[in-house]
Design a protein around this ligand. Structure first.
Ligand code: C2E
Ligand code: MG
Ligand code: MG
Length: 632
């Protein structure tokens, strides 16, 4: 006997999902369209499951045509539904190729073949047939399940292979979860055909999809009530594949200060009003809230953005008012033009973020136009960021050593360890290109530690402590200098390689000497281990002699610009400062010595050590060892 007690509640649950789909805002994304198709097809399948079961029971009262019609329609929609679940997975993993090439049609083949078999059953009876005793299974009845298993299999494989494309951790589990639901549903249908259980499991799969991927609230910035940056990422990932576009970013000028002045609650109300205004001006699906008072509008390349800017500017001349809010705000614009499908979403968002920061700083009230040049610049930074990450991940940061020579003898006295990384082509990226980026995003801490570790390893492997080298300098960036566990970590590395800490001099710049409390604590911790300190880049920018007094440097390195300036145009102050340094800090090193004249000048005014391309550039370890051998 047929049992409808599972299928009917499933039907009502589905009606709720359909209601939610139509009443809440949604991005025009393939994923969402596929989900809508899935809901509609599921809706039809449930109805047809009930109708076809019912006419099969009452076969005597219905014509052959009615019986064939409802059963056939049910089977076809069953196959389509199976395909749609698979298709949804391809959308999730952003399988652009799978959705827009002949691969898409290959993906349809199993469903297509099954539909042909179902239709041909009217004549062949392969899937089912109807005679005077009613509905009967055909010899190919199991293709219903085989088709389902094939799609589940490919869906799972796809999710696993492309697991990196899921933005949040639990999404992979959810993608596997709804496929497992379908599998269990198919098995239940096979074992208990009379209970019409498959639809209940399909509804469970839909619930998983809804909660994890389709809940519109995930994509809406709550207090502003427009789409958020997650929605923007999804939209940019998909939309540019079809056409070129322009981006207009609207930014509240001095947002942080304004938030302080008006308070968070009032400001949120203001953002809500601005969001509503922009949504009315363009369409709701083209406006996104992108953190910190910034809105992003996506337009076609032909859109008249000048007019749009004027309209927005004009609106901002009036206050933003609601019942208990009155905000006077100003606005800046950034426009990104001629974006083609070639640029990645990350690059575009990065370029916008940098341009917005720049525009806020420059205090420019009109529109800042960003073109190809800025995109290329950002692409370079973006690529370097990736190279830094790869280098850190593979511990592929390389140590180059530059000799430091004694000014009297010109013999090698020490060396400075300098970091190098490589791009994907194996070409060297210089520190001037990657250190500032690494300092900004905190990667410098890992790079610094790797360089320190590798330098200690080089010292141990080549027994440099027993060579003519008196020390090796390692750079310590200001951000490393405030790490509370720095001394512990560096101490452990020293112990690991059995290196004497006094053989390593840590080079710090004046920027590290800003916070006196941190400075004294860090220096005393590092000195307890045995490290010594060298002041790097003296004379680069503003120098504060009083601040220097607080740190026990054993050597001062003069910045190369200072050295070059003096060599070009000698004056009296410089040699006197040098003498003073020698009294307080024992020794002075001149950086950037490029020819024998510079070397002679520096030697004459009493510089203790010299470093520069005239003696040697920074060298990879084997070449440095050769240099050491030849110059000891
Ligand atoms: P720095 O510590 O002042 O290092 C000296 C820089 O001057 C090196 O540049 C060196 O190659 C360069 N140099 C030396 N002699 C000459 C010369 O005669 N002419 C010219 N034009 N340049 C010369 P490099 O290796 O490109 O490093 C640049 C900066 O990057 C370093 O300046 C340092 O501030 C930073 N850096 C390098 N490696 C590291 C590291 O491992 N950690 C940290 N925190 N910073 C590093
Ligand atoms: Mg240095
Ligand atoms: Mg320097």
């Amino acid at each position: 006997m047929w049992n409808f007690s599972f299928i009917l509640p499933s039907f009502f649950i589905l009606v709720i999902f359909l209601g939610y789909y139509f009443f809440l805002p949604r991005m025009p994304l393939r994923k969402n369209y596929t989900f809508l198709k899935l809901l509609l097809v599921e809706f039809a399948v449930i109805i047809l499951d009930v109708i076809s079961t019912w006419v099969d029971i009452q076969y005597k009262g219905h014509s052959y045509f009615t019986l064939y019609f409802f059963n056939l329609l049910f089977f076809i929609l069953f196959f389509v539904r199976t395909y749609l679940y698979y298709s949804y997975t391809t959308c999730l993993v952003n399988s652009y190729r799978l959705n827009h090439s002949f691969l898409k049609y290959i993906g349809m083949i199993p469903a297509f073949v099954c539909c042909i078999i179902a239709i041909s059953s009217v004549f062949t009876g392969l899937l089912f047939y109807i005679d005077e005793t009613g509905y009967h299974h055909g010899p190919l009845r199991l293709i219903l399940y085989i088709n389902l298993f094939i799609y589940i299999f490919f869906s799972v494989i796809l999710a696993l292979i492309k697991k990196d494309s899921f933005q949040r951790k639990h999404e992979l589990w959810a993608a596997l979860g709804y496929n497992v639901c379908l599998l269990v549903g198919a098995i239940c249908r096979l074992i208990f055909p009379n209970f019409l259980l498959m639809d209940t499991f399909c509804i469970m799969a839909i619930i998983i999809i809804y909660l994890t991927f389709e809940n519109p609230e995930l994509y809406i910035e709550q207090h502003v009530d427009i789409f958020n940056s997650l929605a923007l990422i999804d939209y940019l990932n998909e939309f540019p594949k079809y056409k070129d576009y322009k981006i207009l970013a609207v930014m509240i000028h001095n947002y942080n200060d304004m938030r302080e002045i008006y308070g968070a609650i009032q400001m949120d109300k203001g953002l809500y009003l601005i969001g509503k205004f922009l949504s009315r001006l363009v369409s709701r699906t083209k406006v996104f809230y992108y953190r910190k008072g910034r809105f992003i509008i996506i337009t076609s390349p032909q859109a008249d953005t000048k007019k749009l800017i004027n309209q927005i500017n004009e609106r901002f001349t009036d206050p933003w008012t609601s019942k208990d809010t009155e905000l006077y705000l100003e606005v800046n614009f950034v426009q990104l033009e001629n974006i083609t499908h070639k640029e990645s979403t990350d690059l575009i968002l990065n370029t916008i973020a940098n341009a917005l920061d720049k525009n806020d700083i420059t205090n420019k009230h009109d529109c800042l136009y960003i073109g190809d040049k800025e995109i290329i610049e950002n692409e370079k930074i973006f690529n370097i960021k990736q190279n830094i990450e790869t280098a850190i991940e593979n511990e592929a940061v390389e140590v180059y050593l530059q000799p430091i020579v004694d000014s009297q003898t010109y013999k090698i006295a020490g060396a400075e360890a300098l970091a190098r990384i490589r791009n994907t082509k194996g070409e060297i990226i210089m520190p001037s290109d990657f250190i500032p980026i690494a300092e900004k995003n905190g990667d410098i801490n890992k790079i610094g530690k790797l360089i320190f570790d590798k330098t200690c390893q080089i010292i141990q492997e080549h027994d440099l402590q027993n060579s003519c080298l008196k020390w090796i300098n390692v750079n310590l960036s200001p951000t490393q200098f405030i790490m509370t566990d720095l001394a512990k970590e560096y101490g452990a590395i020293i112990d690991k390689y059995g290196v004497d800490a006094s053989f390593i001099h840590l080079e710090i710049t004046e920027e590290s000497l800003v916070d006196y409390t941190v400075l004294t604590k860090q220096i005393s911790l590092l000195r307890d281990i045995g490290f010594q300190f060298v002041l790097d880049d003296y004379g680069k920018g503003y120098s504060n002699l009083i601040r220097l007094k607080k740190c026990p440097f054993i050597n001062i390195k003069l910045d190369m610009e200072l050295v070059w300036d003096y060599c070009k145009d000698p004056e009296e102050i410089f040699p006197n400062i040098m003498q003073a340094f020698k009294i307080v800090y024992f020794s002075v090193t001149a950086e950037g010595i490029e020819d024998d004249y510079m070397a002679a000048v520096m030697r004459q005014i009493g510089c203790t050590y010299m470093q520069g391309n005239y003696f040697s550039k920074a060298l990879p370890v084997p070449k440095f060892l050769d240099y050491l051998e030849a110059n000891k």
